[in-house]
Design a protein around this ligand. Structure first.
Ligand SMILES: [Zn+2]
Length: 446
């Protein structure tokens, strides 16, 4: 088998050590295999994890053709295998119940699919106390993540689940995955840069917890991935291997850090804001596509503020309750007030930070600049990967997007560059500038 595991292999084998502490990082997914082709190896991969049990292989109509039939056939060598085609895969409680019913005779589940099928199986297996393995059909981070994105009572959230016991990536299968899924997966992992800067900044300002293990692991492949992003839409195996390794580590990161901060800061708040508030005007863009655009916005803002020679001057946080109430209703404004209260600065706190910055701005920003990507490099990567780069390219009204840039900071208690911009009085001008951007950056090919 021609494998492309790289640092992931060392991590799973327990031979990778943190460069400073020397610690070995435990990995909750026992077996992670990334190979050019897994054709013929499927039963050997699954046997040590789920062998001897009655299996249900869950596929969708499309992923069944891409890989599902092959996996079902191969696993029959292990014993009883039932094929379950999930015809209407939706990440919702009702659809999950139907899946649990359809797999009720199985002792363990094997999923063959992308985000919704994998998350559905992960959650169904979790609820039923069954083990589960997944075969990937796209290079996303969900396969190794200990959580499923599920809608309950109309509210979309991330639900903590048991991790898969095995996650298997056949790069030739991934190379036939729709280009739009690949570019979205790329966009959703390069948010590393803006999330790390926000999370580290919060740590340096307020001493909030910060764990750098995932970032050391991502650093092995991120630069090459961005460099080779142009190979992704055409299914270049080397480029897909880079993306798969980075996505695998992003998925595991929550397990390493015990929180999603590592890959979810301001750029994710804005994307969640779009999902919460766009209503009927939501263009149907995916999570990854939105995060690509919001990552570019936050990268521009971080580079502007943290790249400046002199520090911004913060004032006490002014929560615009009346405005938010008028826009989103009293209940939502109350939720926002509660989230924001945890990180709001009073005048004394703002002064303390201003003093600290005035004394040694360079010392404060140096570690942040060290992990911040230049905006132009990020933009070039997104362009090469074929990912949307502006609100207009997502199909969103730029004015609505500008509104989300202004308001997203109130939706979550995580302190980000949006808070620095808001409290220093520069967020308004930044949002107006982004609103005025041309819908598609002229002169560049999508
Ligand atoms: Zn994401």
């Amino acid at each position: 088998m021609e494998t492309y595991g790289g640092v992931v292999d060392a991590l799973v084998a327990g031979t990778w050590r943190h460069p400073r502490s020397g610690a070995v990082t435990p990995v909750p997914v026992e077996s992670i295999v990334i190979a050019r082709s897994l054709d013929g190896a499927e039963a050997d991969l699954v046997a040590p994890l789920l062998g001897g049990r009655r299996l249900a292989v869950v596929t969708g109509e499309r992923t069944r053709e891409a890989l599902g039939r092959r996996v079902v056939k191969a696993l029959q060598a292990l014993g009883t295998v039932e094929e379950v085609v999930w015809r209407d895969p939706r990440p919702e409680a009702g659809a999950i119940d139907a899946l649990r019913h359809a797999t009720r005779h199985a002792e363990a589940l094997v999923s063959v699919g992308s985000g919704t099928i994998t998350d559905g199986c992960k959650y169904a297996a979790h609820l039923d106390g069954k083990d589960f393995c997944c075969f990937a059909t796209s290079p996303m981070n969900t396969y190794t993540a200990p959580a499923a994105s599920i809608t309950r009572d109309g509210f979309k959230g991330s639900i903590t689940c048991r991790s898969a016991r095995g996650a298997f990536f056949d790069l030739e299968v991934l190379s036939r995955c729709p280009a739009r899924l690949v570019s979205a997966a790329f966009a959703d992992v390069v948010c590393r840069t803006t999330a790390q800067v926000d999370w580290l900044m919060s740590h340096r300002l307020f001493d909030t917890p910060y764990v750098d293990t995932p970032y050391h692991l991502l650093a092995y492949d991120e630069a090459d991935l961005i460099e080779r992003a142009g190979g992704l839409p055409g299914g270049d195996i080397e480029a897909l291997a880079l993306l798969t390794r980075v996505a695998v580590i992003m998925g595991l990161a929550t397990s390493f850090t015990g929180t999603s901060h590592c890959g979810s800061m301001a750029e994710h708040m804005i994307s969640h804001g779009i999902d919460m508030f766009a209503g009927a005007a939501h263009p149907g863009s995916s999570h990854g596509e939105q995060v690509g655009v919001t990552t570019l916005s936050m990268s521009a803002l971080q580079n502007r503020i943290l790249g400046d020679e002199s520090p911004p001057v913060l004032r006490a946080t002014a929560f615009p309750r009346a405005e938010l109430e008028a826009r989103y209703g009293a209940e939502m404004a109350e939720t926002m007030a509660a989230q924001s209260a945890a990180k709001a600065l009073d005048a004394a706190a703002a002064d303390r930070i201003n003093e600290k910055w005035a004394k040694d701005w360079d010392g404060f920003v140096a570690p942040l600049r060290a992990v911040m990507l230049p905006f132009a490099r990020l933009l070039a990567g997104m362009t090469a990967a074929g990912a949307p780069r502006t609100a207009g390219e997502l199909g969103l009204d730029p004015a609505f997007y500008g509104r989300m840039l202004r308001d997203a900071r109130w939706t979550r208690d995580r302190y980000s560059i949006l808070d620095v911009a808001g409290d220093s009085g520069t967020l308004e001008a930044f949002a107006s500038e982004i609103e005025a951007q041309p819908p598609s950056r002229s002169g560049e090919q999508r």
